[in-house]
Design a protein around this ligand. Sequence first.
Ligand code: AMP
Length: 457
Amino acid sequence: MLAYYGLFALQHRGQESAGIVASESGAPAFNAHKGMGLVSQVFQPRDLERLKGNRAIGHVRYSTTGSSNLKNAQPFVVDTARGRLAIAHNGNLVNAAALRAELEERGSIFQTTVDSEIVLHLLAQPASNGGGISSLRRLEGAFSIVLMTEREIIGFRDPHGFRPLCLGKLDGAYVLASESCAFDLIHAEFIRDVEPGEVLIIDENGLRSEWPFPKHRSSFCIFEHVYFARPDSNIGGTNVSMARVNMGRELARLHPAEADLVVPVPDSGIFAALGFSEETGIPYYPAFVRNHYIGRTFIQPTQMIRDFNVRVKLNLIRSAVEGKRVVVVDDSIVRGTTARSRVVNLRENGATEVHMRISCPPHKHACYYGIDFPDPEKLLANQCTAEEIRKYLGADSIGYLDVEGMVRSTGKPANEFCMACFNGDYPVPFDEKFDKLIMEKRGAKARLLEPPSERLL
Ligand code: AMP
């Protein structure tokens, strides 16, 4: 039940599928339930009743490798010579293709197309073949993982610490979650972040750490602070919402604007817009109103309701923006679709000027460590200069935060972060075959999502 609640708090990290595996400590029965969709859709009361046991791990999937189907939903369970194992993985392995080929050659039979399954097969190898915890050394890339064995819960982060993972305590028992907001929901006490490279083993005797990985510099994904993590989470001692307010303040100092109103793009731009407003003294007004209750819509795009899908999600308060010079703030521009439609909305509703402000630097490079960006040709800032972007969006001005201001906002030094999507500096080299896999997937997804070839400019 606690895992179920925890997954609700982490739903923003993945909406494709959800799953929980529960078991009684020391017993071989692992009870699993997984399904496609949101946590609220996947688990019915009877499913939760069947998840018996005193321990559980859960997962919400946001796919970056492997296709989107139930087979690839996590946690995975496998039977091995070392007993039963279940895994939930956040991140991306960058040497997945090579490891998989090697394991298949040695007789491993894979059930899924997801890189996470490789971890199970590695661990399951006999000790003589380099299996067990020390085998984790073979993994490269981004992995924050929780594993359940018949006697232990094991949580670990890759030695660069790309993705978050934290430790809490509830009624004398330890809990692990990607973000601290999950602990708030279940009234668990936050203890600390799991360290990059740390393997935490929790069993009846308590907690112990192992450090099987070679030491590396920390490369925490700065985009977690910008966009991905929930604002009520604390990561590395920094509250995410406060880092975002700081980003808005920095942005206002770098690219001030003469305007009457600061309007956030909900929900992603809210805290940065607040910071922008605080710094400039320009009033904050949440003029875009979001409908939180729509779920999936099945409305056919007929002529009359062509823009229903957009309008049902977001409406603009005309009387708030009419005749006003507006600064509109969002956290990031990927393909530019969101920003462009927000500028159109504002103009249609009578805004006299629209100044677009973005609380991170331009996204120019792909992410191989677990954030799903399209391939670089589809990233607006990879293809266009700031002036071309301004024109494409139809804005009066555009301003992005710079790397220095973004880093300062977190209160941490620059060398603790991965900023590859902004500066192309990749902390871990990636396997070209993996690269090809991810690109194929991105191509397929882009074809599904995008309107037929709209020229950027
Ligand atoms: P786009 O419309 O393609 O420019 O996407 C920009 C919007 O998507 C912004 O409002 C961001 O908050 C949000 N966003 C940024 N990165 C991601 C991501 N990796 N996955 C989903 N949404 C994102």
